[in-house]
Design a protein around this ligand. Structure first.
Ligand code: BJ8
Length: 426
């Protein structure tokens, strides 16, 4: 990586603490991601993106800021990226995938808060997330109680705006959410000084849909047997989707898909035909959280799909592009986001059915459900998911964990026993 120290200092990173993070990340990446066998050549772009994750991409964002463009940070897949883009802002996902400054965090948040929320505050208090530091505005959302209350605290340290997400999906909720999306437009117009215009929104909708189309193409080729890409590589791509420039990202995913589709046609894969195929479902896995997929894939299985926000929930469902006027297009944007099935919704039968369908589509040998410790929505919803998955004849394993490494051995033992059970029954 080039020398970015001056830039990091200017944007407000704590250089010493940041150096500490940079000492840990590359070896972890080398061990977990680069160390895999038979990786597609097209992963080189995503590896180089990761190598420069705090460098080149931040330099691009800072450069665009200098020419007047804003940066908006977000935590959730409900934040409508195309609206930010149409109003002259870059949307970036904020770091929340590693334990940072835990003692400082627990001065603000109770111990029994999920690792994702604690991590996010840790990155901010520790001043080690450059995406946070370059953000002109941070958009939160009323999803789970933990995040809702966290944003009140984060407001002391960042410029925060919170979108109100309904908890049901009935007509009144849709009407409310469509209005909420318009309130976001007004807030971002105030930030960037630009007005939302039909042509700009149409273009942004197409760009973000193209990113989703590329990820859907990648998802489709993962139905192949043997699998043509590891779950860890696919997860890395999904994680980078929140950070990279969308047009470039879509091009690189499509290039990778050209390669993977050829492999699938030739029957070439990254694992044996007999390797158990796992559908991973549950809480998001933010960079550099590869803990559970790494355990699964070093135990002889392959993750063939992720029902996660760093997975299907991020890219399924496109915004309807055909719209005569701006109001219809805004409604189309709002409606697409309300289709996302986060566990904070009630009732949430569509998510449960979708998981069963994904397991069938990907010929999954088992579903591994990932719940972060203290995450009520996902851990409680696991009951219904388990029942539906097992009723469909697919084995199910529930794993509750956090970002520490202390339970890795115990999880590995449970995963291996699960995989053995799958193989015996097959
Ligand atoms: S759409 S999953 S990104 S809210 S893990 S903070 S739910 S206690 S992250 Fe999420 Fe949006 Fe939903 Fe996706 Fe709360 Fe659970 Fe923590 Fe969570």
């Amino acid at each position: 990586m080039a020398d970015y120290r001056q830039m990091w200092e200017e944007i407000g990173l704590d250089l010493e603490a940041h150096d500490g993070l940079l000492e840990v990340l590359p070896p972890l990446f080398g061990d977990v991601i680069v160390g895999q066998e038979k990786r597609p050549a097209g992963m080189a772009y995503f590896d180089s993106f990761f190598a420069e994750i705090h460098g080149r991409r931040i330099a691009e964002l800072v450069q665009e800021q200098r020419s007047g463009k804003k940066v908006v940070g977000a935590f959730c897949t409900y934040v409508p990226e195309e609206i930010l883009m149409a109003l002259g802002a870059n949307c970036v996902g904020l770091c929340a995938g590693a334990e940072v400054a835990p003692e400082a965090v627990e001065q603000y948040l109770p111990h029994n808060t999920c690792a994702l929320i604690k991590s996010s505050l840790g990155f901010k208090l520790g001043k080690v997330c450059p995406y946070f530091e370059v953000s002109d505005l941070v958009i939160g959302e009323t999803t789970c109680d933990g995040k809702k209350k966290y944003y009140e605290i984060l407001d002391e340290f960042a410029n925060v705006y919170v979108m109100e997400l309904p908890q049901k999906k009935e007509e009144a909720d849709r009407a409310f959410w469509r209005d909420e999306v318009r309130r976001l437009v007004a807030r971002v117009e105030g930030l960037t000084g630009e007005w939302l215009e039909l042509d700009k929104l149409k273009e942004a909708v197409k760009v973000v849909n193209d990113k989703r189309r590329a990820l859907l193409r990648l998802a489709a080729v993962r139905e192949a047997s043997p699998p043509v890409i590891s779950g860890k590589d696919a997860l890395l791509i999904n994680q980078i989707a929140f950070l990279d420039e969308p047009r470039r990202f879509a091009n690189m995913v499509n290039e990778l898909c050209d390669e993977l589709e050829k492999c699938a046609a030739n029957g070439e894969g990254v694992a044996d035909l007999e390797a158990p195929r796992i559908l991973m479902s549950g809480c998001p896995m933010a960079i550099p959280n590869w803990k559970l997929p790494h355990i699964v894939e070093t135990s002889g299985a392959v993750v063939v799909m992720e029902e996660l926000c760093t997975g299907t929930r991020y890219y399924e469902n496109l915004v309807e592009e055909n719209a005569a006027g701006i109001e219809t297009l805004l409604d189309n944007v709002a409606d697409r986001y309300l289709e996302i099935d986060c566990a904070v919704f009630t009732p949430n039968e569509k998510r449960v059915k979708n998981i069963v369908q994904l397991a069938a589509d990907y010929n999954a040998s088992g579903v591994i459900y990932y719940a972060l410790l203290f995450c009520s929505p996902y851990s409680i919803e696991a009951y219904k998911v388990k029942k539906a998955v097992e009723d469909s004849g697919v084995p199910f394993l529930y794993v509750e964990t956090d970002y520490s490494q202390g339970d890795t051995g115990q999880i590995a033992t449970r995963v291996q026993a699960f995989l053995e059970m799958i193989s015996t029954e097959a």
